[in-house]
Design a binder for this molecule. Sequence first.
Ligand code: CO
Length: 133
Amino acid sequence: MLLTEIDHIAIAVHDLEAAIDYYSRAFGAEVHHREVVDSDGVEEALIKVADSYIQLTAATRSDSPIAKFLEKRGEGLHHVGYRVDDCARALESMVAAGATAIDSAPRPGSRGTTVAFIHPKGSHGTLIELVEE
Ligand code: CO
């Protein structure tokens, strides 16, 4: 089994401050980590739940994939991050199983992780992110 944990569920939101405020009021949640990922055009706020995260994600520019997602589908579940020990090996295994890779090779993600995204088409409708810590 190549998966070791659900790393995060990513939720696309219009207004990051409003979403943080809501999670704070509703759950007493605190932001564990916050980061702008320039290459992806996003700002993330991570709320830790046991050893996983809820990743509230907003767009930092209008041409980012998250901005396009929000425009087309509105707020909601964007992708699931599966934690793995070896991102390259998991990516290779997924492609061998018929997955369509968005990232042909692992690349830097937030929190100093190494990540690769897999297209929902070919993965039963879910955008998957492989996350190696
Ligand atoms: Co993610």
